[in-house]
Write a protein that binds this ligand. Structure first.
Ligand code: PAF
Length: 303
């Protein structure tokens, strides 16, 4: 909503306020047709990566709705639910500066009222990688994203490719459940935004000490080296094992996974076949778990 050239983001915290806000947005398109809405679901603690999603949504849709909800059902026991950064005022100012129309910021009680009993489970694509390391995580993600889709009814929804498996899970859910707002074709993956040294931007990077932050830059470096060797025909297991060794010697404490997979089904690949693949890594440095993924070209093209 623009008032005398000054943009105000409308923060809504209840479902009935959200529905009214969406109805008004739909009526404020430039043409007779109802205006289009792009949804950017987030858990807040916004950084440049999120803002890139907002900008992409603004390019492709008339209005942008952002959600901020630290979803408890996607955190496992002993994970960082309580410590997860919450900074609504700061986030809201950032969204306002980006021209976001509506900020949907429900409480846990609004999202999961007493008696809430449903869950969506997307098998196969959820099984490996973060799904194996964080049991129940993708059920929590799929369920809350499905709710967000039904609440906001966007034409398109925008997700960072940094969470590659999450994006694959959400696309599979949208396809399998015949979602219409958005349709699976309206689920847009936006390339990962990186710091100057290549580290993927993440709200969790702020947990790193200065020394750990420097060590963390080994992750994209080691991934690029592994991709170069896989693309030039080296053995996949040997390349990912070298990657793990490089991370450990750079100061990482442990590796959850480092593997090649089919980009859509997320099935493990023991070798590069005719079509492109994805290298996915999760590694821990101190108490912080970092994830990243990059494309691997079947034709060995330079990326
Ligand atoms: O990627 C995230 O921030 C979350 O997993 C999401 C998609 C907002 C669901 O809670």
């Amino acid at each position: 909503m623009h008032i005398e050239g000054v943009h105000r983001v409308q923060t809504v915290k209840t479902l009935s306020m959200l529905r009214n806000a969406i109805k008004s947005l739909r009526e404020t398109g430039l043409s007779e047709a109802s205006a289009t809405i792009g949804l950017v679901p987030t858990m807040g603690a916004l950084h440049e990566g999120h803002l890139t999603l907002m900008r992409e949504a603004a390019k492709q849709c008339d209005h942008v709705v952002a959600s901020i909800f630290v979803n408890p059902t996607q955190f496992g026991e002993g994970e960082d639910l309580d410590a997860y950064p919450r900074q609504l005022a700061q986030d809201s100012a950032m969204l306002e500066a980006e021209g976001v129309a509506v900020l949907w910021a429900p409480s846990v009680e609004e999202m999961y009222p007493e008696g809430f009993a449903s869950s969506i489970s997307v098998s196969g694509v959820s099984a490996n990688f973060c799904g194996a390391d964080r049991p129940g995580h993708f059920d929590g993600v799929a369920s809350v994203v499905c709710k967000l889709f039904n609440q906001v009814t966007p034409d398109k929804a925008f997700f960072g490719e940094k969470d590659w498996q999450q994006l694959a899970v959400i696309r599979t859910m949208a396809r399998d459940l015949d979602l219409t707002r958005p349709h699976v074709s309206g689920i847009v993956g936006v390339p990962t935004v990186r710091e100057d040294d290549g580290l993927a931007m993440s709200s969790r990077n702020r947990y790193l000490s200065a020394e750990q932050r420097e060590q963390a830059a080994a992750l994209p470096r080691a991934m690029k080296a592994a991709i170069a060797s896989i693309e030039s025909g080296a053995n996949v297991a040997a390349s990912t094992s070298d990657l793990e060794k490089a991370l450990l010697s750079a100061g990482f404490d442990s590796i959850d996974y480092a593997a090649l997979a089919d980009p859509m089904s997320l099935q493990l690949l023991d070798k590069l076949r005719e079509s492109d693949a994805r290298l996915l890594v999760a590694a821990r440095i101190g108490g912080t778990r970092l994830i990243d993924n990059m494309p691997v070209s079947a034709r060995g093209e330079k990326r």
